[in-house]
Ligand binder design. Structure first.
Ligand SMILES: Cc1cc2nc3c(=O)[nH]c(=O)nc-3n(C[C@H](O)[C@H](O)[C@H](O)COP(=O)(O)OP(=O)(O)OC[C@H]3O[C@@H](n4cnc5c(N)ncnc54)[C@H](O)[C@@H]3O)c2cc1C
Ligand code: FES
Length: 256
């Protein structure tokens, strides 16, 4: 169940260019939170920021009720959030959306493909998969060297390949180029990132089982405003809501 909660900022670090990692202490239990779910953060009360901003859960310490988020400063909302101080409180809705259904899947080997701000939710997913005994290979794509983050964390869990568009670090090109070069073996792929990347990944891996997570713009974040619909050909409604039916979908289910 989604709960409105006041969380306290415990730690703030800039981990890459314009990329902030924030640790948040919650007063409520995080036992029911799954990888791929997100929080919906209120930024302020002025007109420009009436809508909350969705940010994925990047990691969880369920024992100490600490949640980690990682976000990139792209506009005024994330800029204000980045200026918050340790000790300040944030008004959040959590946990939102449906996560990766890994409890229902047999996944001896998983391929995780993240692009930019799509990388954070894959970290908690990777941790959960490794805990289940899955062998994890990650391909992390960024614009350039100064945007790279979490490489060491993924390396601690399995294979990790970094790719940058300009070649300033790791492989040069796109995440799909690394799939060609490395030909990793996997039973399921899990991907999160910008829509053009997800489209390219889904097309390349169309004969494989996989799940993608969409980070589109949202309004209410809880399924009431229809701001986030995505076509789902052949379903009862021909669309689904990213905020409540997703953000995670089977790759073959949605039309990107
Ligand atoms: C389910 C979900 C999970 C997300 N998880 C993360 C996360 O873990 N880390 C993170 O950094 N961001 C994440 N996002 C994207 C994040 O919500 C947006 O970057 C944020 O809302 C932008 O707010 P703003 O006020 O700073 O920018 P705005 O002023 O609203 O917009 C500034 C620029 O950002 C672009 N933008 C706005 N919203 C999005 C969006 N949803 N996706 C891509 N570009 C957007 C706009 O097109 C514009 O160019 C997630 C989005 C969704 C839907
Ligand atoms: S954001 Fe309102 S229905 Fe999804």
């Amino acid at each position: 169940m989604i709960t409105k909660s006041i969380v306290k900022i415990e730690q703030i670090n800039e981990i890459a260019l314009d990329t902030i990692e924030m640790k948040l202490k919650t007063p409520i239990s995080l036992e029911e939170v799954n990888p791929g779910q997100f929080i919906h953060v209120r930024i302020g009360s002025d007109h420009a920021h009436q809508l909350r901003r969705p940010i994925s859960i990047a990691d969880l310490d369920k024992v100490n009720q600490i949640m980690t988020i990682v976000f990139k400063i792209v506009g005024s909302g994330t800029e204000i959030l980045a200026r918050a101080k340790v000790g300040e409180e944030l008004d959040v809705l959590l946990p939102c959306g449906t996560g990766y259904p890994i409890d229902k899947l047999e996944v001896p080997k998983a391929l995780l493909i993240g692009g930019g701000i799509g990388v954070p939710p894959l970290y908690y997913l990777a941790k959960q998969l490794v805990e289940k005994g899955t062998e994890v290979t990650a391909i992390l794509g960024f614009q350039a060297k100064e945007h790279v983050f979490y490489e060491e964390k993924f390396k601690a869990l399995g294979n990790c390949h970094v790719v940058t568009n300009d070649g300033s670090y790791g492989h040069q090109g796109f995440v799909t180029d690394v799939i060609d070069i490395e030909s990793p073996e996997f039973d399921y792929f899990f991907s999160c990132g910008p829509t053009p990347m997800l489209r390219a990944v889904s097309t390349k891996l169309e004969n494989s089982n996989g799940y993608i997570s969409l980070e589109e713009r949202m309004g209410c974040g809880v399924g009431t405003c229809f701001a986030c619909v995505i076509p789902v050909p052949g379903s009862a409604t021909d669309y689904k809501k990213i905020c409540s039916d997703g953000p995670v979908f089977e790759a073959s289910e949605v039309a990107l």
